[in-house]
Design a protein around this ligand. Structure first.
Ligand SMILES: Cc1cc2nc3c(=O)[nH]c(=O)nc-3n(C[C@H](O)[C@H](O)[C@H](O)COP(=O)(O)OP(=O)(O)OC[C@H]3O[C@@H](n4cnc5c(N)ncnc54)[C@H](O)[C@@H]3O)c2cc1C
Length: 573
């Protein structure tokens, strides 16, 4: 089934919901006029529809495999990647000094969403490179920037991110990969990394690995970790891929989904690397990449959700079953109340997740363009919500997509199941959603809740302003945001983080529910009369928003009852 890029939805979001005009008014992003945004998104959308979407099923059926040490990629992926490169989509937000377009992150997020909706397995490749570009822009030496950035931005070379080891997953600080100075400014990197996305491929001229490792004097834990750039081929004097480095792909993981994306076990045997950022300051440098990728992963969830929705909608408009309550209808299942409920839930949640993701990108853009601390704090506050809610929405929507298809949802040919399998990983990588929620309830409240309360004020103010036009919806949002304020106050007042962490996931989801309502209300208020955006907002606010009450009640229980349940109670041996 074809994928259709949701350009009109983006245009409405940018114009009426997430305040993109503020970004375009800054000097840094003054080129991002409405006409330019429409042209760029339109062009990217066409590429996704024509070139990437046909690869979606191909990548699933003929996944990447390892052949005599070479990673073979699915048929068509090389051509799809060439289309991404030629469009310049890797460097959309990158520094123009090195060949990037220098456009806002909000536009990059929209393009990334469309690419992942069309073919997530392939889109993972540019996503990692984009993260590496940002990390190098912020932390690399001028020499490294001059050599690597033009190649990465043009897509000639690719970037990966190497954190995970068998004993070091969420606990990155437990890693054991070693780095030793070679005495010539380079380092010898030795160790094994697992789950490395696009660790290699047969259409990539060079693969640049950003690897976390510990120097001999690095203390145990995250504070002793440094970051190294380790290319597959060491660039020669002309900056061309030269001698092969001492690294290899040992094997590929067999996965539930994204079969087209090679997930590699990498072995480094004294491989030559260059340090990025200061000694023992690797985690901070890697965090630049991870923050970028966190928003990017939330956006992947939304992209897959959109594609799953489009599939389910088409099926529901075609499949006939039983007598429907619609007089003179076509008798298709879209006319059944429960199928309508599922489709409306999918559409309303996609809107909410997309608005949260774009609002996060707008805040990051404003922080970058103005240096304003409040915008920066807002971007940081929204990032874990955008990651976790975007990926949860991807999973929920894809799951509902299977249900709308009935038995055909369980049969691979329709593609509904693939969305569900592919998107599942978005809640796991780039920090599991549990880790995202702990970040929100812990680190992101270390300012005493200031960034959160600023958002709460904004939501309350907008609900107040919306009362004359939409009294019922505005009242519901007002009640919800007051409950959110109380829950946030409760979190901030807990000195023991375990009390916070015990309710961190429902706290994050409560935040997402309320933010989603806030953006739906904005969309409704910007519309003349009782149009489609208002009707969708009403559905969301009446039926989905009330989940906040249960989520916030759950969020503020503390840890006592969890630990009152003993290991024995849980059935542990
Ligand atoms: C397809 C795929 C691609 C990947 N790509 C990459 C990549 O390119 N580069 C890379 O470096 N890594 C990559 N990863 C690894 C990924 O980031 C990790 O799987 C993830 O960070 C979780 O680590 P783990 O698998 O060791 O799980 P664990 O850390 O063992 O977690 C298991 C469970 O325990 C929970 N948990 C762990 N610690 C805590 C805590 N302190 N408090 C509360 N709960 C906790 C987790 O939330 C989770 O539910 C990829 C993984 C997959 C599956």
């Amino acid at each position: 089934m074809p994928y259709s890029a949701p350009i009109a939805d983006y245009a409405y979001m940018f114009d009426h919901v997430v305040g993109f005009s503020q970004v375009a008014e800054t000097e840094r992003f003054s080129e991002a006029s409405p006409d330019m945004v429409t042209a760029i998104l339109g062009e990217a959308g066409r590429m996704c529809e024509d070139k990437l979407a046909p690869l979606q099923r191909e990548g699933d059926l003929n996944g990447a495999y390892l052949e005599n040490g070479v990673v073979r990629t699915p048929p068509g992926f090389a051509e799809g990647y060439a289309a991404i490169r030629e469009g310049g989509w890797l460097g959309i937000s990158a520094d123009p000094e090195y060949g990037g377009m220098g456009l806002p992150m909000a536009m990059m997020s929209a393009v990334n969403e469309m690419m992942s909706g069309a073919c997530m397995a392939l889109q993972l490749n540019p996503l990692l490179t984009q993260g590496q570009i940002e990390a190098l822009e912020h932390h690399a030496s001028d020499e490294i920037k001059a050599l690597y950035l033009p190649k990465l931005i043009s897509g000639e070379w690719n970037g990966t991110m190497n954190l995970t080891e068998p004993q070091a997953g969420s606990d990155v600080g437990a890693l054991s990969t070693r780095a030793e100075a070679n005495g010539d400014g380079t380092y010898a990197i030795t160790g094994q990394k697992i789950y490395i996305t696009w660790g290699d491929g047969d259409f990539m001229e060079n693969v640049c690995h950003l690897v976390l490792a510990r120097l001999p004097d690095g203390v145990p834990g995250p504070k002793g970790i440094s970051l190294f750039l380790v290319p597959k081929y060491i660039p020669d004097a002309d900056g061309k891929p030269g001698k092969a480095n001492a690294l290899k792909v040992v094997s590929l993981e067999h996965k539930l989904g994204v079969h087209g994306s090679p997930t590699c076990v990498m072995q480094y045997d004294g491989a030559t690397g260059w340090m990025v950022g200061p000694e023992h300051g690797g985690m901070a440098a890697m965090f630049t990449m991870m923050n970028n990728a966190r928003l990017g992963v939330g956006v992947q969830g939304i992209g897959v959700a959109e594609a799953a929705y489009q599939h389910a909608l088409a099926y529901a408009q075609d499949r006939k079953q039983g007598r429907t309550p619609v007089k003179d209808g076509k008798g298709t299942i879209i006319e059944h109340a429960d199928v309508r409920r599922m489709l409306a839930t999918m559409k309303a949640d996609i809107f909410a997740a997309r608005a949260i993701g774009l609002a996060c990108a707008v805040a990051i853009d404003m922080g970058n363009a103005t240096g304003d601390k409040e915008w920066q704090a807002r971007g940081a506050f929204l990032t874990p919500i955008a990651k976790a809610f975007g990926s949860e929405t991807g999973m929920r929507v894809a799951e509902l997509g299977v249900q709308v298809h009935g038995g055909m949802g369980f049969i691979e040919e329709t593609g509904a199941a693939q969305f569900s399998r592919d998107v599942r990983v978005t809640a796991i990588y780039e920090g599991t959603n549990g880790i995202q929620a702990m970040d929100l309830a812990g680190r992101k409240l270390m300012d005493g809740g200031e960034a959160g309360y600023a958002l709460i004020e904004e939501i309350a103010k907008q609900a107040e302003a919306a009362r004359p036009k939409q009294p019922r919806m505005a009242g519901a949002v007002w009640d919800a945001v007051e409950a959110l304020r109380e829950a946030t106050e409760w979190m901030v007042s807990q000195g023991d983080v375990t009390e916070r962490f015990a309710g961190a996931v429902p706290f994050l989801m409560g935040w997402a529910r309320v933010l989603g309502a806030h953006y739906h209300l904005r969309a409704a208020c910007a519309e003349e009369g009782d149009g489609p955006r208002t009707r969708l907002a009403r559905f969301y606010i009446q039926r989905l928003l009330p989940e906040y009450a249960a989520q916030l009640a759950h969020a503020t229980q503390g840890a006592g009852d969890l630990y009152a349940l003993t290991d024995d109670d849980l059935g542990a041996a």
